[in-house]
Design a protein around this ligand. Structure first.
Ligand SMILES: Cc1cc2nc3c(=O)[nH]c(=O)nc-3n(C[C@H](O)[C@H](O)[C@H](O)COP(=O)(O)OP(=O)(O)OC[C@H]3O[C@@H](n4cnc5c(N)ncnc54)[C@H](O)[C@@H]3O)c2cc1C
Length: 411
């Protein structure tokens, strides 16, 4: 196994006395998405109780795919979630990178056994709903976790070393030891307590679907992750739900932005945008049952992530462009480091400050690498030719070895 040195020594627990947390009160987690649920599970593993407060009236996730690198699957294993998810995942053998202008294969980036041997845990592709359901199932079985719906964080009226008191939009009051903002890109916790800066539209949209597999279409689509790169656009697809569906994401430069996490769009809007891609990928996409669009936003890094007994986590702390497929995985990493820091510091504010220091350094690096990847995907002219030549001559293993710092991370 290769990769970064451990950031925290395992189980550096200074205070495991559960009655301490009974006195202090639970950790209040605003947001029951992937980040919020994982935080609750990681805290429970450290015997710290939490209340997950989700603004929606049902726990649910959108229909879209997620790639989970070995740094993410290591955490799912550690939290006991991997076995529930495993029957539904795909384990691609490679990322097959194509020039999206002529359909030629530029390189095969090895995944499968190669990456599992290198990092000790697999590279999975999964449906978001399946990951969320596996986390939720585990959280429901955990006595230290309370799950609450229709609980939209509105504001905090008391934050001190003694704890926090917050209000939800329906005027209920909640008290706890700590507040964690895991409430996503448009985080109310971040905007209310950390920075009023708003995420900035990038002019890029992710247009997504999942396609039930028609076995007549051909087997390779059910095995690997495919990438097609063109100037200003790229398409990625990979198998999910045990190979019975193909998750597709088209990254397009589009003038409009919507704050909606997902907006339904018409096939007639999508087809002209992908008309220049090779026939093989258009043939697959023509079978899509429907499309949704996510406008992509960026937030300048640099704002604080922790202040006293409050901290941010996941997209609330560091929204990132999806060109490294690491946003959800970073939220998993945040969650375990946060729990380790809270368990290893008697003073909550000190634990959260340490969490923020460790994680902001890592997240800033991934945010920058993700942005860089997006530029490389969309190169044109001589720069695209140079990229293609590099990919063809370097070999997939050497390219993937360049990501050891990413996939080899362990808490
Ligand atoms: C096109 C695209 C492709 C992606 N692909 C990948 C990938 O392959 N791999 C990967 O790792 N990541 C990927 N990501 C990133 C990933 O989806 C996000 O980083 C991840 O969902 C962040 O999780 P989160 O829990 O921080 O936020 P969210 O998933 O946004 O969850 C936030 C939760 O908080 C709730 N909430 C909001 N406001 C409040 C409030 N005031 N009070 C209470 N609850 C509230 C929301 O309802 C939601 O349930 C992709 C993203 C996009 C857009």
């Amino acid at each position: 196994m290769t990769g970064a040195a451990p950031i925290l020594r395992p189980d550096t627990v200074a205070d495991t006395d559960p009655s301490r947390w009974l006195k202090l009160g639970p950790v209040l987690i605003a947001g029951g998405g992937i980040g919020g649920l994982t935080t609750a599970l990681a805290l429970a593993r450290r015997e710290i109780p939490s209340v997950v407060m989700e603004r929606r009236s049902a726990f649910s996730e959108d229909g879209a795919g997620l790639q989970i690198g070995p740094n993410g699957t290591a955490i799912l294993r550690r939290l006991g979630v991997a076995s529930a998810l495993e029957p539904d995942v795909g384990v691609p053998g490679a990322i097959v990178v194509h020039d999206g202008r002529d359909g030629s294969v530029l390189t095969r980036l090895p995944l499968g056994n190669w990456i599992e041997r290198r990092h000790g845990t697999p590279y999975w592709v999964a449906h978001r709903q399946d990951l969320h359901a596996a986390l939720l199932g585990k959280a429901k079985s955990e006595p230290l976790i309370t799950l609450t719906l229709d609980a939209a964080f509105q504001n905090a009226d008391r934050i001190s070393g003694e704890g926090v008191r917050i209000q939800t939009r329906d005027h209920r009051t909640w008290t706890g030891s700590t507040l964690i903002g895991a409430d996503g890109l448009w985080s109310s916790v971040r905007q209310g307590l950390f920075t009023s800066a708003e995420p900035r539209p990038t002019g890029i949209s992710a247009v997504r679907t999942t396609i039930p597999v028609d076995h007549k279409l051909g087997a390779p689509w059910q095995r690997d992750t495919y990438v097609y790169m063109r100037p200003d656009a790229h398409i990625v697809h990979y198998p999910v739900r045990g190979g019975s569906e193909i998750a597709v994401v088209c990254i397009l430069h589009t003038p409009t932005s919507s704050q909606d996490w997902s907006t339904t769009i018409d096939r007639a809007w999508v087809e002209p945008q992908i008309a220049a891609f090779p026939a093989e990928v258009r043939k697959l996409l023509a079978t899509a049952p429907g499309w949704k669009r996510w406008s992509l936003f960026e937030l300048e890094p640099g704002h604080a992530w922790a202040n006293g007994n409050v901290a941010l986590l996941g997209d609330a702390a560091h929204p990132l462009l999806p060109f490294l497929a690491q946003g959800a995985v970073l939220a998993l990493e945040d969650a375990v480091v946060l729990a380790d820091c809270m368990a290893s510091h008697r003073d909550i504010a000190e634990g959260l400050a340490r969490y923020a220091r460790i994680r902001s350094e890592r997240a800033n690096k991934v945010v920058a690498a993700s942005r860089r990847n997006g530029r490389i995907y969309h190169l044109d002219g001589a720069m695209a030719a140079a990229r293609n030549l590099t990919l063809r001559t370097l070999g997939g293993e050497r390219v993937m070895a360049g990501y050891d710092w990413l996939y080899g991370w362990r808490a």
